[in-house]
Design a protein around this ligand. Sequence first.
Ligand SMILES: [Zn+2]
Ligand SMILES: [Zn+2]
Length: 313
Amino acid sequence: MSSVSALPTRLKFWGTRGSISVPGTGTLRYGGNSTCIEVRADGEIIALDAGSGIRSLGIALEKEFQSQPIRLSLLITHAHWDHIQGLPFFAPAYEKKNEIRVRGYDGVDMSFGEIMAEPMKAPFFPIAMRELSARVEIKKLTEMEFCVGKVQVRARFVNHPGICAGYRLFTSAGSIAFLPDHEPYRFLHSARTNGMSPEQAKKTAPEERIALVEFLRGSDILILDAQYTDTEYESHVGWGHGSVSSAVSLALDAEVRRLLLFHHDPSHDDAMIDAMVHDARQLIRESGKDLEVDAAREGEEILLPADHTNSPK
Ligand SMILES: [Zn+2]
Ligand SMILES: [Zn+2]
């Protein structure tokens, strides 16, 4: 029988791509599937987002657990397709023995329950959410701090079109921050600035960034939107995503231990992502500070040391 309680905390990337899946020879190393991460910590299985990568996670779990029940929590950051479109293809949802708790926040005009049911409505999909055989419990989050078993979770709304959360998981072996979609506060998205004058919004931007730095401070792992090169970002201001230098500067200011560039642009092949990692390392060298940086790779596992303690203060 498989056990999920073994320490240390383990993280696995099942999907690293932003916007849309891009399988092909150019994306073999960093991966073509859209957002999905698995975290095993303190006896819990936590999936972060349900992009196309969640299909492979489901296959791996079925193989591991076989006839044993799978109990899993799925935290959703927001409703864009690349973060939810894999859920109808998550095999454990079709097995009676399994229990899947899906959590996320209401959107601007739609409840979390409606958002999650939408992709499985006719004519888009042949099986409705309510027909799934597993015990699938979809519940909206109303607090910005909550627990998944012994794992404490803090959430924060980030700068992206619509409602989009970032999560920080505090495990007994360290903390993991997950902000797959986030644009630097230089451009403020409307869900955050409704009713504000441009002057107010300008004043708010530095305050929002300070609050985000505090939210991330001391994270062992930061998985962060770095979709664009700095040059590309200049022609994509307002699209909701970050750049290499904005990701590096946020990670340096928050004194995180390891930064994983994430939400790879569909037009970027492996060589392009290598070049972005090179640029990020150059920026870190110039800062004279310490920070490990890599780009998230589909299939890669990261272990957090079991002797490390990091709980919310
Ligand atoms: Zn996205
Ligand atoms: Zn998005």
